[in-house]
Design a protein. Structure first.
Length: 47
């Protein structure tokens, strides 16, 4: 299986099994989403 075949296989699987992608981040406007993404990238789950 080539990289291109694998890519299409994975893409089709996600489109079939998870057609409605949602984010776990809470935001009300694009700026809040940007800040949430930046902060989530800096956060670790280690407590």
């Amino acid at each position: 299986m080539t990289k291109k075949d694998r890519f299409h296989f994975v893409l089709e699987w996600f489109q079939e099994h998870m057609p409605e992608a949602e984010t776990e981040l809470h935001y009300t406007n694009p700026f809040e989403l940007l800040v949430a993404v930046i902060l989530s990238a800096q956060c670790t789950d280690k407590r």
